[in-house]
Each structure stands twice: as C-alpha cells, then as structure tokens.
Ligand binder design. Structure first.
Ligand code: PBG
Length: 327
C-alpha cells in the first residue's frame, strides 16, 4: 500500500531544519537567562561539594566570572552569600550591614559592570543561626510581622549599595508591600521587586542549602513555603504580590511546576520568572556524568520546556554555558 490520501500530514512541517525553524513556537534566548552566583568572604574560590561545577566565589573571583558570563551575553545575575558561622545570629542582623559581604559585592559589581542587572536575594536564612528565612520565636514558630521589619532593612541596604532588583524569597505574608513601601519612602522607587511568589516547600533545594550551609537547624519550611500539591494557592500568592507592587513574579522550582507557570501565564499580565533549582541541576549533572543522558541536549530541552510553559526569565546554574552554546 503506497500513497495514502492523507491531506493533513504534520510531518511536512518537520521535514528539514529550515522548515522546523519556521514552525518553531518558542525560542530560548540568552536575554532570558539569569545566572545565580554564590559568594563567600574568602580570598580564593572554592568548589561546592553538593553542586559539582559550581563555585563559592571570592569578590575578585565573582568579578572575573561575571566578565566571562557577560562576554557570552549574560546580562543578569543573582547573588547568594555563604556567611561565616560567627556572623550568624538569631536576629540575623548581619543581613543589613552596609559593609556586609553582599553589600560590598554589589558595590564592586555595579562599579565594574554598571549595565548588568543585579538581583539580590532577600531572606534571612544565610544569616539566621536557626537557618530559617524568618525570625524564629522561642516556641519554634516563624514570626511573620517581626521578620518584615528585618527584610525591609535588608532590602534598603541592598538598594543603597546599588542593587537593581530585590528578590524576596522568604515567603512571609505582606513582604512585597512592606519592602515596596520602605524603598519608596527612601526614594528607591526605581528599584524593582522580583518576588518569589510561588515558592514551594521543595526537597529540590537540598544542594543549595549545602552550598550556603543554610539548612534549618530544626523543623522545616512548610509553614511559609507552599505545599507542592497546590496550584490555586499559587495564583492567590501571585495576585497578592501583584497588588502589593511586584514587578516580576517567580515560580520555584521550575521543572516539576510547569503547570503552575502555564496557569499563571494564562491569567497574569506581568512577567514570570522560573527557577531551575539546585536539585534540578544536580539530577541532570548526575545522570550526565554517569553517561546516561546527553548533557547539552537535555539542558537545552529542560530550559526550552520552562520557557514554553510561559516563563520569560529563567534562573539557571547553566546560564553561562547555555549562553555560549546559543552564540
Ligand atoms: C532561601 C533560598 C533557597 C533557594 C533560593 N533562596 C533555599 C530555601 O528556600 O531553602 C534555593 C535555590 C536552589 O535550590 O537552587 N531563601
């Protein structure tokens, strides 16, 4: 049997590279990528055991890494500090020290790369001796409104140092409004807020907590981060953050939550970012180093999926490498 009368043949649109190119619905581009970088207050760079291929950079090291990333087209980075144990405390006050590690790094980075969009994480976990994103009360519960005051001080200190975008990742209620308010009062109305709005209580953050030595000392984060089973609640969180003044909202992790990204992309007007987190990175790295997956194809496919679901910005530890592939 040859030449069936089959008027509709989807394969015609896939018959060559050129035609596939014409029919492609989404394109991953380096402008979409945000590169997360870890810093520490030591003179040399140090590999991160829990995230092979990633480093804790010294301030000089991070400047070199940003120059390198920038040369292949990465224009946005987000900073995460590994803080010395001796500087951690139960009130996390090191987080708003104008001469703290993050604040010094922001000043150095902005003076060398004024055109880079510099995003800073706002939450207490790197600074909190309890390892939680908020202040912990004597009964072990996470204090909401008291935490907001500290987050506002932290945000202001990042804004003063020159951050372009403040990214609260703590999941306290009301933090976007509180931060917007305090920044506006001090005339930092031009500083943006990218809110981790739909941040799930995920087991995929494990390797990151190893990188910063920031795992909670007791309990878990389920009273503030979201239940992985929920999507309506994600819409609610996002709507609240938009009302409170968020400029960009984030879904985190990305890969296991693409339905959340897609649902939001149908119902909101502001840009959506998604974070391919440390556990997603580690799964790909492990499978590839064992020889079971083709690294480059699988990385590009994972990011294309996140983009296709509706994220206009993607935070990924692969940002620099992917940008060089997309040259
Ligand atoms: C903490 C924070 C976490 C991540 C980003 N900011 C960890 C957590 O909430 O415990 C995780 C990122 C990753 O896993 O790559 N505020």
């Amino acid at each position: 049997m040859t030449n069936q009368r089959l008027p509709i043949r989807p394969r015609r649109n896939r018959k060559s590279d050129a035609i596939r190119g014409l029919c492609r619905e989404t394109r991953l581009s380096k402008e979409s990528l945000i590169y997360p970088l870890f810093i520490h207050d030591k003179p040399t760079n140090e590999p991160i055991d829990s995230m092979p291929g990633c480093m804790r950079w010294s301030i000089n090291g991070i400047l070199e890494e940003i120059a390198d990333a920038n040369s292949v087209g990465i224009n946005s980075i987000v900073l995460f500090p590994a803080i010395e144990d001796t500087l951690k405390s139960s009130n996390a006050e090191e987080c708003f020290n104008d001469d703290g590690l993050v604040q010094r790094a922001i000043r150095e980075i902005k003076s060398s790369f004024p055109e880079i969009s510099l995003i800073t994480d706002v939450a207490l976990d790197p600074y909190n001796s309890d390892g939680h994103d908020g202040l912990v009360s004597s009964d072990g519960s996470i204090l909401n409104d008291e935490t907001l005051e500290v987050l506002c001080k932290q945000s202001l200190s990042h804004a003063r140092a020159g951050a372009d975008i403040i990214a609260p990742s703590d999941m306290m209620d009301g933090r976007v409004g509180a931060i917007r308010n305090s920044m506006d009062e001090e005339s930092y109305e031009h500083v943006s807020i990218m809110s981790y709005s739909a941040k799930f209580a995920s087991a995929y953050y494990g390797p990151f907590r190893g990188a910063l030595n920031s795992a909670p000392k007791s309990g878990d984060k389920k009273t503030y981060q979201m239940d992985p089973a929920n999507v309506k609640e994600a819409v609610r969180e996002v709507m609240l953050d938009i009302e409170e003044g968020a400029d960009i909202v984030m879904v985190k992790p990305a890969g296991p939550y693409l339905d959340v990204v897609a649902t939001l992309s149908d119902c909101i007007e502001i840009p959506i970012a998604a974070y391919q987190v440390s556990g997603e990175y580690l799964m790909i790295e492990s499978a590839c180093s064992a020889g079971w997956l083709d690294r480059r194809s699988v990385v590009l496919e994972s990011l294309t999926g996140i983009h296709r679901a509706g994220a206009s910005a993607i935070l990924t530890y692969y940002a620099k490498e992917v940008a060089s592939w997309l040259e």
